[in-house]
Design a protein around this ligand. Sequence first.
Ligand code: SF4
Length: 411
Amino acid sequence: MYRLNPHRLNRTSFNSVMEESTYKKKISRRTFIKGSMITSTLLALGLGSSESAFSVNSKKNNNDPEGKTGATPLIREAMFYKKLSHDRVECEVCFRRCIIHEGERGECKNKQNSGGKLYNVVWSRPSSIAIDPIEKEPQLHMLPGTYILCFGTAGCNFRCRFCQNWQLSQQSIEAIGYFYPLGPTAAVSEAKKRLIPTLSFTYNEPTSFYEYVYDIAKIAKSQGLNILWHSNGAMNPTPLKELLKYTDAVTIDLKGFTEKFYKHYSQGELEAVLQTLKIVKNQGVWLEIVNLVIPTANDDPQDVLNMCEWIKDNLGDEVPLHFSRFFPAYRLTKLPPTPIETLERCYNIAKDKGLHFVTIGNVPGHIYNSTFCPECGKLIIKRMHFQVMENKIVDGHCSFCSHPIPGIWKT
Ligand code: SF4
């Protein structure tokens, strides 16, 4: 594990990102754990410290741009952007379409214009890597009970007041101050070495580290691994479709169902998210939706009903919908945790509307954290929070009545 010197990385010293000297300071295991809460999962699983887990080499190696040897790789030019006059560029990856001047960065803090070219400054520089149960994503219809190797970097294109991972998502890589130099090939090797069937991009918005996701996904798919990502859903259609070619499953946050909510709480756009949901579904990639229910902000029953109607009409009745419990975080600490009755009301609205796979999350032990067969009503996957206690799905069918259950059930 190597620590960046935040004082040596700033917008005017972009080229210093490439300097070997930037990575030289080693941090202790203790500092590392403090710096990244989620990484403790990795340690708890007995995979060792960051140093032994990834054995990275601090030396830049120009003969190894993909980081195959674990050496610090080169920086990556962005895939989707337009060159404009006066050395400006327009990033085309997400709904914001940032116009970026020479030496500046886009809204997500990860795309930098250097000499009229756009670069992704967090490519091969994840600031968080951990092993999670796939249920934590949540992906409840994909390989239940398996693990995923998760990556997160600095940056995000949204500004959610309730962000649970704001230490990563709302800061630049310099402000976070550390990363793991891990190229795409080396990242895939880490999953293979541990027999983890799926790599996941989560913790912060994958749109903001698109090129890293894309490069890993291409390699992982060629080696028989699965790719999953959890997104706010505001990627533009062209980069989205390109990435979906190498994607098995996507979890999309549908944070609310009014433009007013998106603008006020997230500085996002509902329309962009709805467009993404339709594209993912139409491309045949497995899709699950999460709605974080925030008291007084997005819990109006009429809005929830409108959302469920839209899902049924546009995506069908078999897309899993998870209502997740909000806990105060970041800039939304004055609101209480979501009452359980509110979550149950949302659940009932969705079920009454005819959605087949509705669950409640972030409430350990709740009965609706489990999955029921829409045909016979029997419990087919029993969960305790992120743990699968029983799985009664056999070859993609309910073992009680043989009704087909959609999802990804085989590696
Ligand atoms: S990905 Fe970043 S730089 Fe590109 S348009 Fe979105 S916020 Fe702007």
